[in-house]
Write a protein that binds this ligand. Sequence first.
Ligand SMILES: [Zn+2]
Length: 91
Amino acid sequence: MSSELRFTPSEISAYYAARVPKLKRVGRKYRAPCPVHQGKDPNFSVNAETGYAQCHSQCGRGWGMIGLEMALSIGATITSHSSQQWSNKAT
Ligand SMILES: [Zn+2]
């Protein structure tokens, strides 16, 4: 993963709390419905120590904070193209 920028866990969790609605702490991680594909189940997890976020559902991929910013900016475009092929995939 990218390490050109370093953030503290509190900065990371503050960032995700601001960007991801309904973010909840679960143990050492955070969970929420995925903001990229705007899911309804809490399949999106954030590791506040590494800054890495992962969607375990439709997106099936992870992001750092900068990657997530990009995904949120263009995510509507991407998911509208990929949602059909992913929707058949059981999780
Ligand atoms: Zn997702």
